[in-house]
Design a protein around this ligand. Structure first.
Ligand SMILES: [Mg+2]
Length: 118
């Protein structure tokens, strides 16, 4: 969907270090939240463009977080969560209306299935 060159991400992590990139990820997530707040309060072409810019920053930083923490674990989580999302969609409901959402959350906290296929 988006072309993010992993070599550039590795170079960024090697240049500035993992901790600096983790802090940068936190900063970019805060900026995205602020941009979304601005958009929700005032949906204009300008606020939409700002959300797009901050979404790009967060995508770039979350890819780095995956590299720093555990690409294989993130891969399993993404796979599991996309399968869950697909299942929710098949039920025709909204994620906000799922009665046992806390149960999903508890399962999430247990971590991805061990030995899952990649
Ligand atoms: Mg930003």
């Amino acid at each position: 969907m988006f072309k993010i060159d992993p070599d550039i991400l590795v170079a960024a992590i090697c240049s500035w270090g993992g901790l600096a990139q983790i802090e940068k990820a936190r900063e970019e997530c805060r900026e995205l939240i602020e941009a979304l707040d601005d958009y929700l309060a005032n949906p204009t072409a300008e606020t939409i463009n700002h959300v797009a810019e901050e979404t790009a920053d967060v995508l770039i930083m979350t890819h780095q977080l995956a590299m720093i923490f555990s690409p294989s674990s993130v891969h399993l989580w993404v796979k599991m969560k996309m399968e869950r999302l697909k299942g929710l969609l098949a039920l025709g409901g909204s994620v906000h209306e799922i009665p046992h959402r806390d149960e999903h959350r508890r399962r999430d906290l247990q971590g991805p299935p061990v030995g899952g296929e990649s």
